[in-house]
Ligand binder design. Structure first.
Ligand code: C2E
Ligand code: CA
Ligand code: CA
Length: 440
């Protein structure tokens, strides 16, 4: 296996004197074909990983073409240097590369390779005397089905990359794209969601957050629910992805915020603080600030509202998010960083970010029972967060064992099916009264 620099199939492109060379897609497909052939009589699989530099046009527009092309060249060089020799890195364009993994034994190796690629490119690059950090989106496929040919493997990687972009995921492997995508034709779903929003069909359920020290319910998280008359129950992440792709997300967020405010009032003396999830698009929309600054009409104290935003969404545009967070915080609204551990926050941001809470991603919490390393991650994040004066929530607690592990790891608050599933507002009030967790 040869690496790019030795490759036969590179053709020069007009990239000035940066020395950057791209490889035609056809040539990349030939390489994949050769790898598939070599593995034909084995159980080994070929992995195709498409890596795209995020916001490349913006980088080029801000820093110029030479800078952008030099950056691309450095990314390829570093990948070539740090990935094993048998791995091939081919630049398909200035912002897109394909990494070919020749002999995967199990699928997990593909996941590990993707994580490694993300780590490698995330380290600072030194480009023309300045430091620069690169974020990438990854789409990948692998030849789990032996009958699949090279063009199809490439197509699957392309469609995973598209799916990752559409769903705002940092990465996607083709077998993660559920068939639901076909069951729910996007356009029809979008039209029905638009109608549902107009007719106030979108509802919220609420899941309690419990403080470990006191056993008290310290708040609830609001989660969107929708049963479409055409499609039936639509999964929340699909609702959100559809809303994001079709420009309906602001509308949906304002409805969920409204639902939360109304619910708080309806609960009266039973009212508990409510956390609402925000998507990236909404953070960038000035209408959000206008909406939440009209707090005089709220009927809900500002300090009873928390806004949750995922670490990945934050890191998409950290400077902008920082600006908006500061404004929101100044109004007295709390901020929580959701799914912590799945994005790539730098300590520099963590040090300065005006948040009050970190929610450790369910994946780590759930795995604490099985993996010492996950326990260590949760402990370390909890300690770090505490050092910064932040409240630490462990989400996705499903059993008593994990509950105790979260306690031992130093988490302050827990949320998960072990305490309660998300519930409609009336049931939640009954639950609060019935349940020993609730000690106002
Ligand atoms: P999230 O913000 O991480 O919300 C927590 C998800 O974990 C919820 O899924 C919740 O039902 C689920 N969950 C809670 N406890 C457990 C547990 O013990 N085990 C397991 N397996 N799952 C648990 P849900 O309701 O399906 O929501 C999925 C995602 O959709 C949310 O993840 C959030 O990112 C998004 N979402 C939901 N509602 C909204 C909304 O109103 N606005 C926005 N922007 N996003 C929302
Ligand atoms: Ca959340
Ligand atoms: Ca979460």
């Amino acid at each position: 296996m040869t690496s790019t620099s030795e490759s036969r199939a590179v053709s020069p492109c007009d990239c000035g004197d940066t020395g950057f060379r791209t490889v035609p897609r056809d040539d990349a497909i030939c390489r994949i074909e050769a790898l598939l052939k070599a593995n034909r009589d084995t159980t080994l699989m070929v992995g195709v990983v498409l890596v795209e530099i995020n916001q490349y046009q913006r980088i080029r527009a801000s820093y110029g073409y030479r800078f952008a092309a030099t950056l691309s060249k450095l990314v390829v060089e570093r990948l070539n240097k740090e990935l094993p020799a048998k791995v091939t890195v081919l630049p398909l364009g200035l912002s897109e590369f394909v990494v070919l993994l020749p002999d995967l034994k199990i699928r997990q190796q593909l996941g590990l390779a993707i994580n490694k690629i993300q780590r490698i490119v995330f380290e600072l690059f030194s480009v023309m005397d300045s430091s620069f950090r690169v974020n990438v989106t990854i789409g990948a496929s692998y030849s789990v089905d032996k009958s699949v040919d090279a063009p199809e493997l490439m197509r699957l990687a392309d469609s995973s990359l598209l799916h990752a972009h559409d769903s705002r995921l940092p990465q996607c492997i083709h077998d993660e794209i559920s068939d639901e995508q076909d069951e729910f034709p996007f356009l029809e779903l979008q039209l029905d969601l638009e109608r549902a929003l107009e007719q106030n069909e979108i509802t919220s359920v609420f899941q309690p957050k419990v403080e470990m020290r006191t056993g008290r319910v310290v708040g609830v998280e609001s989660l969107v629910r929708w049963t479409s008359p055409i499609f039936g129950v639509v999964r929340p992440d699909l609702i959100i992805a559809t809303a994001e792709r079709s420009g309906l997300i602001n509308n949906l967020t304002f409805q969920t915020l409204n639902n939360a405010i109304l619910q708080y009032q309806r609960w009266g003396k039973d009212a508990v603080p409510i956390a609402v999830n925000l998507s990236t698009e909404v953070i960038n929309d000035p209408a959000l600030m206008r909406f939440i600054s009209r707090r005089n009409i709220w009927g809900m104290p500002v300090e009873a509202l928390t806004l949750e935003i995922t670490e990945t969404a934050f890191m998409e545009n950290p400077d902008k998010a920082m600006e908006v967070f500061t404004e929101i915080n100044a109004m007295g609204i709390k901020l929580s960083m959701d799914d912590f551990g799945t994005g790539y926050s730098s300590f520099e941001y963590l040090k300065n970010i005006p948040i009050q809470e970190i929610k450790i991603d369910r994946a780590f919490v759930d795995n604490m029972r099985h993996e010492r390393k996950d326990r260590l991650i949760v402990e370390t994040v909890a300690e770090l967060a505490k050092g910064f004066g932040l409240r630490v929530i462990a989400e996705g607690i499903e059993d008593v064992e994990t509950y105790h592990l979260a306690m031992d790891a130093g988490c302050d608050v827990v949320q998960g099916y072990f305490i309660s599933r998300p519930q409609p507002p009336d049931e939640l009030v009954e639950w609060l009264h019935r349940n020993e967790w609730y000690r106002p």
